[in-house]
Design a protein around this ligand. Structure first.
Ligand SMILES: Cc1cc2nc3c(=O)[nH]c(=O)nc-3n(C[C@H](O)[C@H](O)[C@H](O)COP(=O)(O)OP(=O)(O)OC[C@H]3O[C@@H](n4cnc5c(N)ncnc54)[C@H](O)[C@@H]3O)c2cc1C
Length: 417
């Protein structure tokens, strides 16, 4: 019997995870990538695999906090909708969801993807001997204002009570003893001990090696998909800049660019790019050992074995491709506010990425309503790295006609109409 052919569109961490799970279950997989393999949002992110991030972005009070932050000249948030109708619509829908009911509705379906992926990563690294600086030191939320530090206790209480995901509270002295790279001018920290981190570009390089060498996956770079050729209710091929490519099942994993391909899928894909930045340097001499989030300034620091990254920002400004100097300065200045040695050596890489943002913080995972052999795996927001293995597993189960191991209804692509 001929091997079934799966075509995966997009080579980010989501497309790669889907390709892996499909190839493992016997599919002949081809990945089509418009640029270079994994060179977009999955390249320079902060590398956190964080089951702690259970709550969606739309929480009660999120609008007020964001608006207040935006009044500051150097805010980590920026919204400039201009005449972009789709962005206005997105913002309105997001604002409607900033309430307790919607927050609690989204959180369990975020959590199950995070927890499942965390375990699947352990298995992946063991089975495939992937070396990507996988470290299990947890993730520390650091606070500089005593009031805000104590106030975070309410979120911790919610996470502990409803989601069994509490953090360990550390006083200022306990935190400095554990992480002497921090300056003394802090209030304390909340430590999520079960989170982990890795070096994203290394993960993608190693995963590519495994896909091609062990599972015979083909990767076609510089191959942009423009649309689907259909027969009745199925797609028979994709139209690409390199000609038509046939397949039996298609997986659309194009990250923040997914809406450009939704013409004939039969559903609205309201994904907006949430732009963020990072700086990568050599690891400073007095580097932190635990990944840190400076919660009040929304900046994250990732100590990798072979480097050190500072990342942040959430800008809703359309598909903008610039890296303004002042945004990079904000990252460095914030790091130096908290750390003795914020990394003063040469900057090895400056980077931006478009997070694929949905209004309910849930990804879209499931069949396209109008094409019965096209699966969508997109919209993983701020947590694509943390949700990738579970997404890949679900896509393979759906493609294989199995009952999915996680209830996929919360990720139904049809939910936006
Ligand atoms: C500053 C920053 C920090 C972050 N930190 C973390 C973190 O610590 N942990 C975490 O879990 N997440 C983090 N994220 C989020 C995470 O990076 C994303 O959720 C994730 O990378 C999205 O993966 P993806 O595969 O969907 O998209 P992408 O990585 O963008 O991949 C999509 C691919 O599809 C290709 N493509 C698009 N259209 C087409 C087409 N028509 N034809 C062919 N190819 C196409 C693109 O070129 C791209 O390569 C961070 C993001 C940012 C910006």
């Amino acid at each position: 019997m001929n091997q079934r052919r799966a075509i995966v569109i997009g080579s980010g961490v989501i497309g790669t995870a889907c390709a892996y799970s499909l190839a493992k279950t016997g599919w002949a997989v081809t990945i089509l990538e418009k640029g270079k393999f994994a060179s977009q949002c999955s390249h320079g992110n902060c590398g956190f695999v964080c089951p702690s991030h259970v709550l969606p972005l739309a929480t009660p009070g999120a609008i007020g906090t964001t608006l207040k932050a935006m009044l500051k000249w150097n805010s980590p948030f920026k919204i400039r909708p201009g005449f972009r109708f789709t962005l206005w619509r997105w913002l309105l829908d997001f604002a409607k969801r900033c309430n307790n009911k919607d927050m609690l509705e989204s959180a369990p379906s975020i959590q199950v993807l995070l927890n499942t992926s965390r375990s699947l990563y352990d298995r992946l690294f063991q089975d495939e001997q992937i070396q990507c600086e996988w470290q299990k030191q947890g993730l520390m939320f650091v606070f500089r204002t005593p009031k805000v530090f104590e106030h975070y206790g309410e979120i911790n209480h919610l996470l502990a009570e409803k989601f069994q995901a509490p953090a360990r509270k550390l006083t200022r002295d306990e935190l400095i003893q554990l992480e002497p790279a921090l300056k003394p001018d802090i209030a304390g920290g909340w430590w999520y001990e079960h989170d982990a981190h890795l070096r994203p570009d290394l993960l993608m390089k190693e995963w590519r090696r495994v896909l091609t060498e062990k599972y015979g996956v083909k990767i076609l770079e510089n191959t942009e998909v423009k649309g689907f050729e259909r027969k009745d209710k199925s797609a028979v091929s994709v139209q690409t800049t390199q000609g038509n490519i046939e397949g039996d099942t298609f997986v659309l994993a194009a990250g923040a660019l997914t809406p450009f391909l939704n013409d004939r899928l039969g559903c609205r894909i309201p994904i907006q790019p949430g732009k963020g930045y990072s700086l990568t340097l050599n690891r400073p001499e007095k580097s932190p050992t635990i990944p840190l989030i400076f919660e009040e300034d929304r900046v994250a620091v990732t100590p990798m074995q072979t480097g050190y990254r500072v990342g942040s920002m959430m800008e809703f400004v359309g598909y903008n491709t610039t890296i303004p100097e002042k945004r990079l300065r904000y990252l460095q200045e914030t790091a130096s506010r908290y750390l003795h040695d914020p990394g003063t050596g040469p900057i090895l890489e400056t980077w931006f990425g478009w997070r694929p943002m949905t209004t309910d913080s849930r990804p879209l995972i499931g069949f396209a309503p109008a094409l019965q052999n096209v699966l969508i795996a997109a919209g993983h927001n701020m947590l694509g790295l943390s949700m990738a293995p579970a997404t890949g597993q679900l896509i393979a189960e759906l493609a294989n006609g199995q009952t999915p191991s996680i209830d996929t209804r919360p990720y139904d692509p049809k939910r936006f109409g």
